[in-house]
Design a protein around this ligand. Sequence first.
Ligand code: HEM
Length: 371
Amino acid sequence: MSDRTPPSYGSYLRLDELLACQAPPDGAESRDLIHHDEMLFIVVHQVFELWFRQMLHDLSRARDILGQPDRPSDERRVDEAQIPRVTELLGRVNEILRLCHDQFTVLETMPSVHFLAFRDALLPASGFQSRQFREFEILTGMRDQDRVRDFGFDYDAMLGDAERVVLDERRSEMSLKAAVFAWLARTPVEVLFPGFPRAFLDAHRDYAATQEQLQARNPRLTEELRAAATARSTQHETALRSYLDPGGDDERRAHAAFLFIASYRQAPLLRWPYTLLEAVIEFEERLRLFRFRHARMVERMIGFRIGTGGSSGVEYLDRTALEYRVFGDLFVGRSFLVNPALLPDLPHPERLEFGFDSGLQRGAPTDGGDR
Ligand code: HEM
């Protein structure tokens, strides 16, 4: 018999510690709330930070599964049996992002003048300093050079030494984006459909031709607009060629795999890869909506004032919502997809049935299952 004290609800959840954290520190000491609504401001931020924590936990796991070798002999090959688990984890993160998006309405019950009653006491603290949010961005694959910089100081300079160390550790890890693209690049497209890129380019050309004919019959288009539509169609084909041959070998394979999976998603062995990619696309969309929603709440709360962290405020936040992209390649790929009626038939459909060892089916689950 163990002599350990059985946990209670409060001890298991550490509620004494958790519920002691809603008094803001003023220097080393806790101070009283300045305004009744300051409690809401603190609780809402803490709840967000807890969700950030959960998302980091789940995204790291998804990244680990996609980035791990499944059999000792196959370096960095993913056990396909684990793809549903990655999809589950991404689905959970997407649901949390939806909740975070909707949660701003609770904060909006605070009249903006109540916020002004205690806002000055926060300075220079700001969401800029959310270490977990920066970790989250880095883990997804966001690059520092892509950040908006409309203020005169460095992002990391707003953080303490210990926080910068954590971010540097994150930077040294494989990102979710790298894991997703490495996984995509391993899809044996050339085994499943020899000569797929060329066949896809042909299908795309046929599709573009039908689009041009439709535009030509559109009575609302002027000659000028019609010429512009034709020029766009030619540019589109050039863009597809570079998408299928971007320079790097892995990128080339990943892009071809994305178009292949999205085009033939109904084949049994492509269902899970397709579902996973949809979850990644949804993730990017939800993150962008989250940024946009935060900006709308800020606009409503403080108008066009500068932020406590020193940025231009809403203008800065709107630029991040519009410009930040991690999985942009997948959205670019979307614009090349064609009407399925014009797609060539799969030359070897049996290779995408359950039971065919194409290399997409990568054996029975290993003992590295989820914990
Ligand atoms: C009255 C409520 C809020 C206002 C007025 C506000 C305002 C701002 C402003 C102006 C910025 C830009 C940086 C700056 O200059 O300070 C910012 C950044 C940020 N805020 Fe808020 N915020 C509020 C609530 C929240 C909440 C509830 C969260 C949830 C955790 C949050 C998370 C963030 C994050 C993560 C950033 C950094 C965004 C980035 O740099 O991409 N904010 N906030």
